[in-house]
Design a binder for this molecule. Structure first.
Ligand code: MN
Ligand code: MN
Length: 271
């Protein structure tokens, strides 16, 4: 059975961002970048993302500017569950990275076998961060605690402290650290895969519009090639942590839009 049409769902939430806010504005910027006349709507392998059979858009979740991470957990899970119930495949536009935990609660209900491929400069495995268990530094600790995935593979990581290395060992996370990078890997998954793509996995030279620039990262092509080489059935994805307030020119928004298009393409390769 098909997993359904990839469908955008904006989650304009950034109150769990530990350093600075701004990612709540990203869904609108990514949509504007997708539509920008400087580029076109086509994926690299020839799908037209304006075709409703290729990509659809469910709009943004209604989230008030003063909502807390605890208050948005349920609305985000419900919003994703609704898309899955409609037979669509969620492509979630963050927002800060805290949103991935409530998204995965809905994904796991639907997919009892599930793996996660996580692109990030950061492990986001803190048990808590500055007293906040729902911080954007913690979503993968919550996901592993709640057993929302059978396998977690992280790519591009370059900020592991001692606590996070302990968490990696404790939860059996498979980490392709940046210091060991040897070019885009050919990853294979037996389970359906959810891709969580934190834009700061890139070297900040490629996308300055983020909240936590961490030098020494991947190129746009490294990320696109890793997605294109993936041997997996992709059942959902998110693109998070774009912070338009820090962008110069539409550069980083265009990068996020590129990732959206190539994720759509990858979803259609095995459906
Ligand atoms: Mn992250
Ligand atoms: Mn990050």
């Amino acid at each position: 059975m098909s997993d359904g049409v990839p469908t955008l769902l904006g989650v304009p939430f950034d109150a769990a961002s530990s350093f600075e806010r701004g990612a709540a504005a990203a869904p609108g910027v990514i949509r504007a970048s997708l539509a920008r006349a400087s580029s076109n709507h086509w994926t690299e392998d020839g799908l037209d993302t304006t075709s409703p059979d290729v990509m659809d858009d469910a709009g943004d979740l209604a989230i008030g500017p003063d909502a807390s991470a605890a208050e948005v957990l349920e609305p985000i899970t419900l919003g994703v569950r609704r898309l899955l119930d409609q037979g669509r495949r969620p492509l979630v536009l963050g927002g800060d990275h805290s949103i991935t935990y409530p998204v995965l609660r809905a994904m796991r209900e639907r997919y009892p076998r599930l793996a996660i491929l996580h692109f990030d400069a950061h492990g986001d495995l803190h048990h808590e961060y500055e007293g906040d268990r729902l911080s954007h530094a913690c979503p993968f600790a919550r996901i592993m605690e709640d057993q929302l995935t059978d396998r977690l593979v992280q790519v591009g990581i370059r900020t592991l402290n001692r606590h996070q290395r302990d968490q990696v060992a404790r939860y059996g996370v498979e980490v392709i650290e940046m210091r060991r990078w040897e070019g885009p890997p050919r990853l294979r998954f037996d389970q359906p895969v959810y891709i969580s793509l934190d834009v700061d996995v890139l070297d900040p030279a490629f996308a300055p519009g983020i909240s936590h620039p961490e030098p020494g990262g991947l190129s746009v092509r490294d990320v696109v090639a890793t997605i294109q080489h993936l041997d997996a059935r992709i059942v959902g994805a998110d693109v998070v942590e774009l912070n338009p307030a820090n962008d110069r020119s539409p550069r980083s928004g265009m990068v996020a839009a590129k990732f959206v298009k190539e994720l759509v393409s990858a979803m259609h390769r095995k459906a």
